[in-house]
Design a protein around this ligand. Structure first.
Ligand code: KG4
Ligand code: ZN
Length: 340
């Protein structure tokens, strides 16, 4: 059994997975309520909360899985990127446990965790990794498309400024919606209609030939429009819903614009699957759009369960398993992996 530990941001999470990747237990102690009054994550509070919750959560995970300390064969922990104080709590805890139990410790890149999360096994059903797939990692801190080929990870693009989730959060905060803003905007958008004449958000293009993302232009325009048209949580509810629907649509349009361009430049053998991961992948409207995209292209689209989209330790343990898969297995993540 592998123990996974995730403390990179504002969720303390602990998971136990069988060696075939089946999730036995995945516990998450969310700190959202503690950070909400500040409109974003306060690093010092995050570290202290992790310190308080980590070990009780490990004990509870063992109880829930009807397992004991001796059943832990290895430990995977998020080593970065993330808030340094928060990461340190998880890493130090994992090091201590690894030493005490005499089991190996695997340092996992948080993005690798998201990247493979659509392949997490549920209910014991096997989801094998294909030889080549594209993974869109879209979260509060990252927006990138990766090409995963024979277990080797290559980053194809990234954001030049804000991440997509960060853009959701910052615009939501400006109009008075509580943190985290993504799910809030999604909810309001459901009641609204897309009106590009009223809210004209830009589609960024660069002078150089690049498929990078850029969200700061949409963010600045959204804030300008919201200020000018008095879009507020306590303002006209229709205007708020329409604004959210059009804003969200513009964020997603850029995702698909870049995905289309990347797809058209790939050489054979083409990826057989496209997957989405990270907090923004929990967005229902985006999930429907992605599924439709796959149907148009004849590509399998794999979406992680919503509980595996936002930060969780199951995905960290799963990435740890991929790393330590038998040498020679093409699905393992090699030392050459470049997940930035
Ligand atoms: O992956 P995650 O939990 O943490 C990071 O690694 O960043 O992602 C959190 C981000 C936040 O920006 C949050 O607003 C966004 O994911 N998010 C969503 C939704 N649920 C979470 N964005 C849009 N729609 C959602 N339903
Ligand atoms: Zn994350």
């Amino acid at each position: 059994m592998i123990l996974g530990i995730e403390t990179s941001c504002d969720e303390t999470s602990v998971a136990l997975l069988d060696s075939d990747g089946t999730v036995r237990v995945n516990l998450i102690a969310s700190q959202i309520e503690r950070h909400r009054p500040f409109g974003g994550v306060v690093p010092e509070i995050a570290s202290r909360e992790h310190l308080q919750h980590l070990f009780p959560l490990v004990s509870r995970a063992l109880d829930d899985a009807h397992a004991s300390w001796g059943d832990i064969e290895k430990i995977a922990v998020t080593a970065g990127p993330g808030l340094i104080g928060a990461l340190l709590v998880g890493v130090a805890g994992a090091q201590g446990l690894s030493y005490a139990l005499g089991v190996p410790l695997i340092a996992v890149n948080h993005l690798e965790g998201h990247l493979f999360s659509p392949y997490l096994q549920r209910d014991g059903a096997s989801v094998p990794l294909p030889d080549r797939f594209l993974s869109l990692v879209i979260s509060g801190g990252h927006s990138s498309i990766y090409d995963v080929r024979g277990g080797e990870v290559t980053m194809l693009n990234r954001t030049r400024d804000d991440a997509i989730g960060e853009t959701f959060d910052k615009v939501a905060k400006f109009i008075g919606l509580p943190y985290p803003g993504g799910p809030q905007i999604e909810q309001h958008a459901l009641a609204g209609k897309i009106d590009r004449d009223r809210f004209a958000f830009p589609m960024p293009q660069f002078k150089d030939p690049s498929v990078d993302f850029s969200y700061s232009g949409i963010k600045a325009e959204a804030i300008r429009i919201a200020r000018q048209q008095k879009i507020r949580i306590d303002g006209d509810p229709r205007a708020l819903s329409d604004f959210c629907a059009t804003f969200q649509e513009a964020l997603f349009a850029q995702l698909f614009d870049r995905l289309d361009t990347i797809w058209s430049t790939l050489r054979k053998p083409m990826p057989t699957e496209v997957v989405m991961a990270g907090g923004v992948a929990a967005n229902g409207t985006l999930r429907d759009k992605m599924t439709a995209w796959g149907e148009r292209r004849g590509v399998i689209v794999r979406l992680p369960e919503k509980r595996y989209c936002t930060d969780n330790a199951a995905m960290i343990a799963f990435a740890g398993l991929q790393r330590t898969a038998v040498a020679g297995d093409p699905r393992r993540v090699t030392a050459r992996s470049r997940v930035a």
